[in-house]
Design a protein around this ligand. Structure first.
Ligand code: PLP
Length: 342
């Protein structure tokens, strides 16, 4: 029996499974800064293997994973290319400027995808007045575009242009397994079009904490040093890495349920007159409730009354499906909401 977690605010609200709690309790541990924690080593080995990369690094969060990867690819004063609504640019506290002393060059995406010709236009030519461009950051799935899965073809097109100009590519793959499941491809097929990939274990995969960064051994070695510099060197971290092993090996296939549930939710809301504003490809439904005459307060009151957590801001909100929400829960949410609308 899955413990109910009726909370649409994010997939970060997921609780660890009973198996994860057990694994954390029993985890074999050591000092990970010394490389001695067998569970962390096992998680890093699994992450590298699953994504087809040489090495991996366990970090505390997606933000730290992106930060250490970006730092490992760049030098102070470089310019890096990012999609204009990407998480790294919008939601990571400007860490690239503060920690890396990097310039951000943003490119507007089409459903989260930067077209290669737009990337190419943004790459600096060699000129004494210009900072050098050194890195392109891709986000897959793209969160603010609506949980959109960038295809292997789109990834390859961006990779080819980056490599033509000898640039590194980092993928913020916080939800790259959602992308792989939605596209029906092995995650390796997406990971091969990025030098490094940051993957969150604590979102749809339900681990309580942590991310992994995968990539070439030399880049991961530099990222490891930056992790230490940022205070992310952990000691008996096997306790939190053990649920991560379960996340990567046992929680990926069920993401399909989240995607199916998001589609069911979107269909039901549309029938009620609530506008779904994104293409629902993965576990996110972005809505506009003003189409039924509601404001944020009405949405918040109605959802609370029927026992769900959801936070409307302005005209709408994002609803995330995840572990702890099952098909019957979506149906009863829709029934309950319909009554509130009457
Ligand atoms: C696309 C994306 N990248 C990175 C992150 C950062 O992850 P964390 O919250 O673990 O720092 C998030 C978090 O929501 C995200 O959605």
């Amino acid at each position: 029996m899955v413990e109910k977690n009726l909370d649409f605010r994010s997939d970060t609200v997921t609780w660890p499974t009973p198996e994860m709690r057990e694994a954390a309790y029993k985890a074999k541990v050591g000092d990970d800064v010394m490389g001695d924690d067998p569970t962390v080593n096992e998680l890093e080995r699994i992450a590298a293997e699953i994504t087809g990369k040489e090495a991996a690094l366990f970090v505390t969060s997606g933000t730290m994973g992106n930060a250490v990867a970006v730092l490992a690819h760049t030098q102070r004063g470089d310019e890096i290319i990012l999609e204009q609504k990407s998480h790294i640019f919008v939601n990571e506290v400007g860490g690239l400027a503060v920690m890396g002393q990097l310039m951000a060059r943003t490119v507007p995406g089409e459903l989260g995808w930067m077209k290669p010709e737009d990337i190419e236009k943004a790459i600096r030519v060699d000129n004494i007045h210009y900072p050098p461009t050194s890195l392109v950051c891709i986000e897959n799935t793209h969160n603010s575009a609506g949980g959109i899965a960038l295809t292997t073809k789109q990834m390859k097109a961006d990779w080819d242009v980056a490599k033509k100009h000898k640039l590194a590519v980092h993928m913020d793959g916080a939800r790259v397994f959602n992308a792989a499941i939605a596209l029906g491809v092995d995650v390796k097929e997406l990971a091969k079009y990025a030098d490094t990939v940051q993957i969150c274990l604590s979102k749809g995969l339900s681990a309580p904490v942590g991310s992994v960064v995968v990539g070439p051994a030399d880049v991961i070695k530099r990222a490891r040093k930056y992790r230490k510099m940022l205070g992310g060197g952990m000691r008996q971290a096997g306790i939190i890495a053990a649920p991560g092993v379960i996340a990567m090996t046992k929680m990926v296939d069920r993401l399909k349920d989240d995607h199916d549930n998001a589609k069911l939710l979107a269909e039901g809301l549309t029938k009620m007159g609530i506008k779904v504003v994104n293409q629902v490809q993965t576990n996110m439904v972005y809505i506009d409730y003003t189409t039924v005459g509601w404001k944020a307060g009405d949405w918040n009151k109605a959802t609370k009354k029927i026992g769900w957590k959801s936070e409307g801001h302005g005209n709408g909100t994002r609803l995330c499906t995840h572990y702890g929400i099952e098909r019957e829960d979506i149906k009863s949410f829709l029934d309950g909401l319909a009554k509130q609308l009457k």
